[in-house]
Design a protein around this ligand. Structure first.
Ligand code: CMC
Length: 378
């Protein structure tokens, strides 16, 4: 059977049936397993949300404790992985380092038993546990420092900030980072999730699945926008320059980073939550020029482009929050990956349940029966 209409970027083409998450872009709704994102952001933790996404239901108290304990136990990295990282160039992008390390896990855990629930659980635990440690270790090692060992008395979010900044985070900062992880954990069929599903459909190992998703997330059209938002706010430089900068950029038909979305035609619900978090952070740790420039830019863009359905997306406020949490700009996308690994794993598991290898077709536009021209005659 061939479906003949070609849609660039598969826009609007369903590639799976899924019960993991739901987006209504007209009304600004995002749900994980049917639960509204604002409920989860307020009441859940990242690991509880990850459990919900992967195993379909919120865990009981005992199930959650067991899951958290397993994650805690597996947070350390094998010294071979750390040795491998030592050979990476300091100037290399942290997403490349993360992709290489995620793939390398497959070397250490090579047994593949995709129909064994214990194997699935072990892979989920290892990936959720080790990816934050990898990101933090690369950050310290590229500065010439030894990685910091994870701390078992800290939550998942607090421990990451501790391993990254070498000091225990302020409780508000840790809480806000936890919410950021919940907000970024899953978002239907985006490019990296689709990449994970295609790789999963070949029945390869889960480390290859996650490594391929990390590689896809790294691209500037996908995970990289929050980094570019900060560059843009730097280029604007002051509140007074917001409107002249915007007019100039729009006149040159350039995009305003952190605005617009293929699906959302209203303000992204995650951006609404992140803006509230940014306000709390700035109130506690002091205002700086970024927040004032950002709010003025949002006002100006809404006046000019709101009619076209262009509003802030998740990346507009996440960069502001990350910066205030002491996360360097080139770690914004790896931090996105720390969270999104939950969604990728949920889709991996769902794909395995109803697997058929992805093998789409093409509309051939080349020649037929073309002559082979001898090399000397070309
Ligand atoms: N600034 C100015 N104009 C815009 C923007 C923007 N950020 N986004 C869309 N438009 C205009 C666009 O010029 C077009 O106008 P017209 O109809 O007059 O030609 C109209 O809106 C529709 O744009 P489109 O390119 O058809 O929209 P799309 O759905 O293909 O693109 C997008 C979605 C996210 C790629 C785009 O909005 C964009 O480039 N935004 C800036 C980059 C960004 O913030 N990306 C993060 C996306 S959210 C995280 C993720 O999914 O990974």
């Amino acid at each position: 059977m061939t479906v003949c209409e070609f849609r660039a970027g598969l826009e609007g083409v369903p590639v799976t049936q899924s019960s993991i998450s739901f987006v209504d872009g007209q009304h600004g709704i995002l749900e994980y397993r049917g639960i509204p994102i604002y409920e989860l952001a307020e009441k859940s933790t990242f690991l509880e949300t990850a459990y919900l996404l992967i195993w379909k239901e919120l865990p009981t108290k005992e199930e959650l404790e067991a899951f958290e304990n397993e994650i805690q136990y597996h947070r350390r990295l094998k010294y071979h992985i750390r040795d491998m990282m030592k050979c990476f160039p300091e100037s290399g992008h942290p997403m490349d380092a993360l992709q290489a390390c995620a793939a390398a896990l497959g070397l250490f855990y090579s047994r593949r038993a995709l129909d064994d629930p214990a194997y699935i659980r072990a892979a989920v635990v290892r990936l959720l546990a080790k990816i934050p440690t990898m990101v933090a270790a690369f950050q310290l090692m590229r500065k010439g420092n030894d990685p910091v060992q994870p701390r078992d008395d800290l939550s998942y979010a607090a421990n990451f900030l501790y391993m990254l900044n070498e000091k225990e985070p302020d409780p508000l900062a840790a809480k806000i980072f936890e919410v950021c992880l919940v907000l970024h954990a899953e978002h239907t069929i985006n490019a990296s999730t689709f990449s994970a599903m295609v790789t999963a459909s070949t029945l390869t190992d889960p480390y290859a699945v996650i490594a391929s998703a990390v590689g896809t997330l790294a691209g500037p059209l996908h995970g990289g926008a929050s980094e570019e938002v900060i560059e843009m706010l730097d280029a604007i430089g002051s509140v007074e320059n917001v409107r002249p900068y915007l007019d100039d950029r729009l006149q040159r038909k350039e995009r305003i980073m952190g605005f617009g979305h293929r699906v959302y035609k209203v303000k992204d619900p995650r951006a609404i939550i992140l803006q509230g978090l940014a306000e709390q952070l700035f109130e506690k740790f002091g205002h700086d020029k970024y927040y004032d420039i950002a709010t003025e830019l949002e006002r100006a863009v809404e006046e000019k482009l709101g009619g076209k359905g262009i509003y802030p997306n998740v990346d507009f406020y996440s960069g502001l929050v990350y910066l205030k949490l002491g996360i360097p700009t080139d770690l914004f996308t790896p931090v996105f990956a720390i969270s999104r690994v939950a969604g990728w794993l949920a889709h991996w598991k769902e794909q395995l349940n109803e697997n058929r290898i992805f093998r789409p077709t093409q509309i051939y536009t080349g020649l037929h029966s073309a002559p082979y021209v001898a090399i000397g005659d070309r």
